[in-house]
Design a protein around this ligand. Structure first.
Ligand SMILES: Nc1ncnc2c1ncn2[C@@H]1O[C@H](COP(=O)(O)OP(=O)(O)OP(=O)(O)O)[C@@H](O)[C@H]1O
Ligand SMILES: [Mg+2]
Length: 219
């Protein structure tokens, strides 16, 4: 299962000369962690939003296997193929950790198996005592883990994360990176992480850098 961009470009104005990036051809295979590095404002989040099916490239196409995701339908793509972890976690703060996960599953039309959900919390190191607390009472690192559980619970093959270790201390950052590596290597998923931290990027299998409006492969 490969996610592939074909000559994609994006600009926010009506003028294609204002492009953030163009003619981008990248491939993302399952079983690997990819890091996307780039300075603030270079267009990383914009690029991720295209991979996540939240927006459409101004030029070019994105293919999952041989299917143009825009032609086969972005709603279906988001519902069945891709899970996104946003920088701000986007958890429902008035709900508990468990409810955040269950609700996400219900939205994708799946039944929430509570034992499986508890196993996932265990996998990311969230103690049982925290599962039924409102997420507002959890720390930033714990909320990030809840967001990861929510992404994993849907069992989608592609996990996309925008600065998942942005506000975390070094040890928690290493924990989270380890979780993402396990997800890719043991569950054979495609993990794509945007980061400005070189130490995080270095742990990925493949590193792409967006610099001067161009992507290049650093590793
Ligand atoms: N909705 C929008 N309308 C117009 N311009 C936008 C919009 N969203 C982002 N931009 C601009 O596009 C550029 C790229 O933004 P983007 O959020 O993709 O950068 P980024 O690489 O994720 O930055 P950061 O590391 O700070 O998160 C920035 O100059 C930003 O101001
Ligand atoms: Mg960003």
């Amino acid at each position: 299962m490969t996610l592939k961009t074909q000559n994609i470009g994006y600009w926010y104005t009506n003028n294609p000369d204002d492009y953030l990036f163009k003619d981008v051809n990248l491939a993302f295979d399952k079983g690997k962690v990819y890091a996307i590095l780039g300075q603030s404002g270079s267009g990383k989040t914009t690029f991720l939003s295209l991979l996540a099916g939240l927006d459409v490239p101004k030029s070019g196409q994105i293919f999952l296997e041989d299917q143009d995701i825009n032609l086969s339908g972005l709603t279906a793509y988001r519902k069945n193929a891709v899970s996104t972890i946003f920088q701000a976690y986007n958890l429902l703060t008035y709900m508990t950790a468990r409810q955040n996960v269950s609700t996400a599953l219900e939205i994708t039309g799946k039944t929430a198996d509570q034992t499986e959900i508890e196993n996932l919390f265990d996998l990311v190191g969230i103690d049982k005592s925290l599962i039924d607390k409102p997420v507002l009472q959890l720390s930033g690192g714990q909320q990030q883990r809840v967001a990861i559980v929510r992404a994993l619970a849907t069992e989608h093959n592609i996990i996309i994360a925008d600065e998942p270790t942005g506000n975390l201390d070094e040890e928690t950052t290493q924990d989270i990176v380890r979780i993402f590596k396990d997800i890719a290597h043991k569950q054979n998923k495609t993990v794509i992480i945007v980061t400005h931290e070189t130490a995080v990027a270095e742990q990925a299998d493949i590193i792409f850098e967006l610099k001067k409006k161009q992507f290049s492969q650093l590793k």
